[in-house]
Ligand binder design. Structure first.
Ligand code: SIN
Ligand code: CO
Length: 388
């Protein structure tokens, strides 16, 4: 991937990753012009009222704009009555509702799928913002409709203090060293920890392509659940070689070291650890957005081979693979997928974001069975002809 990328303003992926990613911001004018017409402000308002959508309505009091309030979904029409002058509507995971938007992830091929979180959209009238803040996530802010003025400031961390008694984690001050107005299609990469403040210049939609990373606590939790389910580990350990006596109230450092070594040995010498992480990382962020599929079987599939359908990933699902002892192993939506070896290279293409013509090359019983299973689990979807 060493060619200049338009989305990175002509940087190569390698340059961006080594100089900017997780380090410093990058502004690219007209990076993603195709985003401008995907959603209109009214579409966002409508989406926010859908009971399954995760959304927040943030308001600033007219009399005291330093007084904030946040109403989380489900949002109802009444929440939008008697609005103050300054407000922002945030809607999460719009990529699960707009296939065109989901397709735009493909513009970021230099960051793997397991790091993706979701695409959030914000809608605000002139003056609206979510305040000065920082996030622990990497985010590409892309202007959709209208204009937003972005100010960037200092690097923050766990010790940074917030404004007291507010429902948002707001920064009391920002040392502004960047001040630019973004127009439709412009992109601003903001690394984790960097203070930022975006204020709508007019009726404005801004998309946040957010990237997630697990924390140690959630990985520990998942790994320990995984081991706790293993029957073979439920037998008591053999006692430590007991050639010394100690106070009967004491567990000696030696005994603790023995117990710890047994756990670490288990972690190190089984693939369960990696499998637990694959299950965690392949979990969908909003499983409720995964559509209920129409049950399909191999005969139904055979009947539509070569009729123009395309096979691709369902945007709300997550499919990942890893190479273990030269074998591709797949996880989807938190579960390991058992598939035929012949299907593995095909599924790899799909996990890598590709789509495939649903044609004779897939006409093998084992392959069609695996495809039917993954369609019935809504991991994959079939795009009808002319509806890409
Ligand atoms: C916004 O779009 O207003 C907020 C996005 C962010 O600051 O992360
Ligand atoms: Co932010």
């Amino acid at each position: 991937m060493s060619e200049a990328l338009a989305i990175l303003g002509g940087l190569t992926a390698e340059q961006f990753l080594s100089e900017y990613w997780q380090k410093k911001p990058l502004l690219v004018r007209n990076a993603l012009p195709e985003i401008a017409n995907i959603l209109e402000p009214n579409d966002v308002l409508e989406l926010a009222l859908d009971e399954n959508v995760s959304a927040r309505l943030i308001k600033q009091k007219d009399k005291n704009p330093n007084q904030w309030s946040v109403k989380s979904s489900p949002l109802i029409k009444g929440d939008f009555q008697k609005m103050p002058k300054l407000w922002t509507l945030l809607v999460q995971a719009v990529d699960h509702y707009s296939f065109d938007l989901a397709e735009l992830w493909k513009k970021f091929p230099f960051i793997p799928q397991w790091r993706r979180d979701d695409i959030m959209v914000s809608y605000a009238p002139k003056g609206g913002s979510v305040g000065q803040h920082f996030d622990f996530y990497d985010v590409f802010l892309v202007q959709g409709h209208g204009h937003r003025r972005w100010q960037l400031g200092q690097m923050c961390d766990e010790s940074t203090e917030f404004v007291a008694n507010q429902p948002l984690k707001l920064l009391p001050e920002m040392d502004v060293n960047f001040d630019e107005v973004l127009a439709p299609g412009d992109l601003l990469y903001v690394p984790p920890g960097l203070a930022h403040f975006g204020v709508a210049e007019d009726d404005c939609l801004t998309y946040s392509f957010g990237f997630r990373m697990p924390n140690i606590a959630s990985m520990m939790d998942r790994v320990s659940d995984h081991f706790a389910d293993n029957q073979q580990l439920k037998n008591p350990l053999l006692d430590i070689i007991r050639d010394q006596t100690a106070q009967i109230g004491e567990i000696t450092a030696n005994e603790l070291a023995y117990l710890k070594a047994k756990v670490l040995d288990q972690l190190q010498h089984s693939n369960d650890f990696e499998h637990a992480l694959m299950s965690l990382m392949s979990e969908a962020k909003y499983p409720e957005n995964i559509p209920e599929p129409d049950e399909i079987d191999v005969d139904d599939l055979s009947a539509v081979l070569d009729t123009g359908y395309e096979l691709c990933l369902e945007p709300a699902s997550r499919l990942l693979y890893t190479l273990e002892d030269d074998q591709l192993l797949f996880w989807a939506n938190g579960e390991a997928c058992c598939i035929d070896d012949a299907f593995a290279p095909i599924l790899k293409t799909l996990a890598d974001g590709g789509s495939l013509a649903f044609d004779q090359t897939l006409n093998q019983d084992e392959i069609l069975q695996d495809i039917a299973q993954l369609l019935n689990d809504s991991v994959l979807m079939l795009l009808p002809p002319n509806e890409e």
